[in-house]
Design a protein around this ligand. Structure first.
Ligand SMILES: Cc1cc2nc3c(=O)[nH]c(=O)nc-3n(C[C@H](O)[C@H](O)[C@H](O)COP(=O)(O)OP(=O)(O)OC[C@H]3O[C@@H](n4cnc5c(N)ncnc54)[C@H](O)[C@@H]3O)c2cc1C
Length: 454
């Protein structure tokens, strides 16, 4: 059981922790690590796209699962895919989009694993219509702390199924899963782009017509103040039908973007990020964009950031903090106003901030999405002042009955976490049954009181 001790971080590059990293080649290796690794706690890791400390285990063991990544079977009639947990969304799209199938719920990057998608119960731009990862997950196999391999589904080990969805790796290691893929006629999207002059306008447009679109996201200028507070560009889309493509492209409806001559929504800046440059960038984006309809490839619509590998490095060595909160419908407007005012008054510059609507919640015990709106933004890590700024946002969000997303979190306070996640006690009960010694734990889990310190 070889391992290396090295510095590990999430996508935000903050925090960084020294961990003992195992990289099993086979399931037998993995089982041996879980049974015999001398470290008192373990956590699985996929592609490390969670931003904070969810896939870190300071002073303990991290199981880098990327070798356990086989596609197992596919039913082309029903669109059901069985695969190992370290298969990435990018691989699934590479193989199955040319056959007419898309991943039903996709986050803003395709460089995540199926295991990571289940553990965070990820959501996409279609949550208002299609829900979270839970909606397309049929079942999975879970390796538990005792070495058992349990099938978990809505019918079998249902408690464990719902605790693992959104459970941030704390119930065991997901080995493989069966997913329902979604049939699509083309690899293109019909995107309607529209400007909203302020927060009320964007919320109103979402309420009025998000239901007309499978996907909806708004880029929000989080530095605009006064009457322009919350001004946004709405980017809403449906999968393109064959007749939406130019005649020249119809013979190859799943052809990649180059052939369709499509474009990304906006280009990334080459200048250093600071409050002045980010303000200029945000203002420029708002003014440059025009309303109208375009046909784009799905990579351009869903994954604009994936085109720039290691884009997180633009934040420099200190890294960044991602922040994503959800606010219920009844308090969303006021909560968003307070969050945006807090950011703009302290000149905290988010290079990219996005607003999305959330539909019905899944039954995931610790799942993040709840009906309402969600705002995601990133801030450079500038030291304790940045953490204090997020703590102020956390308090605003908690006061308005909202919650923050664990896959992005690096610093939430445990008391606020309890207030935001009423499923915590139930989660603990389920975890205590399957993992009484808290063998599965992470830096985040200990910080939040989700697992005991070993
Ligand atoms: C650019 C960008 C955009 C994003 N956009 C969105 C978005 O729109 N919506 C959204 O929901 N998320 C979004 N995310 C967050 C991302 O989808 C989640 O953090 C996801 O969990 C990352 O998957 P991963 O494979 O990289 O897992 P990691 O980051 O390696 O791990 C994340 C969690 O999953 C657990 N885990 C991983 N593999 C397993 C396994 N086999 N068994 C058990 N537990 C496991 C880990 O223990 C950890 O708790 C975004 C991230 C980035 C970088």
């Amino acid at each position: 059981m070889r391992h290396v001790s090295r510095a590990v971080s999430g996508w935000g590059n903050y925090p960084v922790a020294q961990c003992d990293v195992y990289r099993p080649e086979t399931r037998a290796d993995l089982a041996e690590i879980v049974a015999r690794a001398p470290q008192s706690s373990l956590i699985a890791r996929g592609l490390g796209r969670s931003y904070g400390d969810a896939a870190l285990n300071a002073g303990h063991a991290v199981i880098q699962s990327d070798r356990l990544d086989r596609l197992l079977s596919f039913d082309p009639e029903g669109g059901v895919l069985a695969c190992e947990a370290a298969v990435s969304l990018a691989e699934i799209l590479d193989v199955f989009l040319p056959r007419g199938f898309f991943f039903p719920v996709t986050p803003g990057t395709k460089f995540i694993t199926v295991g990571g998608a289940i553990a965070a119960d990820v959501h996409g731009k279609n949550h208002h219509r299609s829900g979270s990862m839970a909606a397309s997950l049929l079942d999975f196999q879970l390796l538990t702390a005792r070495g058992d391999v349990l099938t978990c589904s809505r019918e079998e080990n249902a408690d464990l199924f719902w605790a693992t969805l959104g459970g941030m790796g704390l119930t065991g290691v997901i080995l493989e899963a069966r997913l329902q893929l979604r049939p699509v006629d083309t690899a293109a999207m019909v995107v309607d782009q529209e400007k909203a002059r302020d927060l009320d306008a964007v919320l109103e447009r979402c309420a009025e017509s998000d239901d007309d679109y499978d996907y909806s996201v708004s880029w929000i200028d989080c530095l605009a103040r006064g009457r322009s507070l919350g001004r946004s560009i709405l980017l809403r889309a449906n999968h393109a039908a064959l007749e939406d493509l130019p005649a020249s492209a119809r013979a190859e409806p799943y052809a990649p973007q180059r052939r369709l001559q499509l474009s990304v929504p906006f280009t990334l800046p080459s200048f250093t990020l600071n409050p002045v440059s980010v303000r200029a960038f945000n203002t420029g984006i708002y003014h440059v964009h025009r309303s109208g309809r375009t046909v784009r490839d799905c990579d351009g619509y869903f994954y604009p950031l994936d085109r720039v590998h290691h884009w997180n490095r633009i934040y420099g060595r200190r890294g960044m903090l991602q922040y994503q909160c959800a606010l219920p419908h009844e308090s969303a407007r006021q909560g968003l106003v307070e969050v945006l005012e807090e950011l703009s008054s302290t000149r905290r510059a988010s290079f990219l901030a996005v607003l999305k609507s959330f539909g019905a919640a899944s039954e995931g015990v610790l799942s993040f999405p709840r009906p309402g709106f969600t705002l995601a933004l990133d801030l450079p890590y500038t030291g304790p002042d940045a953490l204090a700024a997020l703590a102020r946002l956390d308090r605003i969000v908690a006061r308005h009955g909202g919650n923050v997303y664990l896959a992005k979190d690096a610093c939430l306070d445990p008391q606020l976490f309890r207030d935001m996640y009423p499923g915590l006690e139930r989660f603990r009960e389920i975890k205590d049954k399957v993992d009484p010694e808290h063998r599965f734990s992470s830096s985040q889990a200990r910080r939040l009181g989700l697992a005991e310190a070993p």
